[in-house]
Design a protein. Structure first.
Length: 68
């Protein structure tokens, strides 16, 4: 099965979230801790759902919840 490279991302790694948002790693983790950015643990990885990152960037901070 081939995946179209044009599909939107469903989630970002911490590193990808930093690159996509131009925020630093410490700032990303601070937003997760404050409950402004949702983080999900899948196996040994922490990923940020794309909708949560978009909400943070768009100033919709209250809509993201912290789930670890």
């Amino acid at each position: 099965m081939q995946f179209d490279k044009q599909l939107p991302k469903l989630a970002y790694s911490i590193k990808e979230a930093c690159q996509a948002s131009s925020l630093g790693k410490t700032t990303i983790y601070a937003h997760i801790t404050a409950g402004h950015l949702r983080a999900v643990r899948i196996g040994g990885r922490t990923v940020i759902p794309a909708d949560s990152l978009h909400a943070l960037i768009n100033g919709e901070v209250g809509k993201a919840s912290n789930t670890q």
